[in-house]
Write a protein that binds this ligand. Structure first.
Ligand SMILES: NC(=O)c1ccc[n+]([C@@H]2O[C@H](COP(=O)([O-])OP(=O)(O)OC[C@H]3O[C@@H](n4cnc5c(N)ncnc54)[C@H](OP(=O)(O)O)[C@@H]3O)[C@@H](O)[C@H]2O)c1
Length: 299
């Protein structure tokens, strides 16, 4: 199949391109501001230009691991949040619909209010933030536009090797290696999810003809402090440099679901074992960084 990855320069997008190529699929990835060799520049803000380009590519499937992913930034700029997370994917999904292509959208556990997590695919969303609200509306509009040609992959706390080296694990390793303290919310609970597994699972779901909502998350639900300590331990760093603080005292711009996280009930049936445990994923993460290559090293 021919796949387009909008956001190929990002964390999940980079691994999608890797998985697609490994599985013998033709793929074209895009970047917006951070260029890598082989990627095509596309800014979703240019609705007409990006739709025109996608039409000429004639893909069988469009993956959309893109958008405005800074949750606190979304709260400050709701217009940008809705543009990037709702209007831009819908614009490209309309082209996919015309072409008879499938569309894969990446969503989040921030759809839920975090009163009673973890949530399975049938739980009722109640977003607390602008980011979560835009993601929910995008899910709904995409399903009504594309029916069984859309796959919604909800994920959370994605970590692992990535070329831009931005995710939480990199921040933690850099901070602790510098001997500095890292303060993390003590009362936020979710599902750490290994980026390479999120990508390969969604490619396999598409290959196997699945559609609808799937929770694509790691098998464990834990607090941010426990997650942070596990990363520190794997990288031989001092866990006492990690300090927990109540969300109410953190001053984060957007409200967070506290008792969050996702249950991958449908994924476990469709692809048992597709998501590695945190311990196995962290060991793989460290090995991959040791190997160098295209993945940024946090030292
Ligand atoms: N990371 C998580 O923990 C997490 C959790 C739940 C859901 N998700 C969802 O999963 C998806 C992927 O997340 P991620 O962590 O891989 O994100 P990421 O690393 O921040 O990558 C975002 C990608 O979107 C591209 N992009 C940004 N603005 C764009 C625009 N105007 N037009 C076209 N492309 C644009 C970026 O390109 P440049 O970098 O080149 O500018 C980048 O390739 C997102 O939709 C996110 O909401 C992520």
């Amino acid at each position: 199949m021919k796949a387009i990855v909008i956001g190929g320069s990002g964390q999940i997008g980079g691994w999608l391109l890797h998985s697609l190529r490994e599985n013998g699929h033709e793929s074209v990835g895009t970047y917006c501001t951070v260029a890598y060799p082989g990627l095509v520049r596309l800014d979703g803000v240019d609705l007409e230009g990006s739709a025109r380009w996608l039409r000429t590519e004639k893909p069988d499937v469009v993956f959309f691991p893109a958008g405005f992913t800074w949750v606190d930034g979304c709260e400050k700029d709701p217009a940008k949040a809705r543009g990037a997370n709702l209007d831009q994917p819908l614009n490209l999904a309309r082209v996919a619909a015309d072409l008879g292509a499938k569309f894969v959208y990446y969503s989040t556990d921030y759809l839920f209010d975090g009163r009673r997590g973890p949530y399975d695919e049938r739980a009722t969303p109640n977003p607390l933030s602008v980011y979560g609200q835009a993601k929910l509306e995008a899910e709904q509009e995409l399903i009504s536009l594309l029916g069984d040609r859309v796959l919604i992959a909800r994920t959370s706390w994605v970590f692992g090797p990535e070329r831009q080296g931005k995710n939480f694990a990199y921040q933690l390793v850099k901070t602790l290696r510098a001997g500095k303290t890292l303060t993390v919310p003590s009362d936020q609970v979710s599902s750490p999810s290994y980026g390479p597994d999120v990508a390969s699972a969604t490619v396999r779901l598409i290959e196997d003809g699945h559609s609808g909502i799937f929770h694509v998350v790691g098998p464990e639900v834990m607090s941010r402090v426990t997650f942070a300590r596990a990363i520190a331990e794997e990288f031989g760093l001092e866990p006492s440099l990690i300090q927990g603080k109540a969300t109410a005292e953190m001053g984060q711009g957007a409200p967070r679901p506290l008792d969050g996280g996702l249950l991958a009930s449908r994924l476990d049936l469709a692809l048992p074992g597709a998501m590695r445990s945190l311990a196995t994923a962290l060991a793989d993460f460290r090995e991959t960084l040791r190997g160098g290559g295209e993945w940024a090293n946090p030292s």
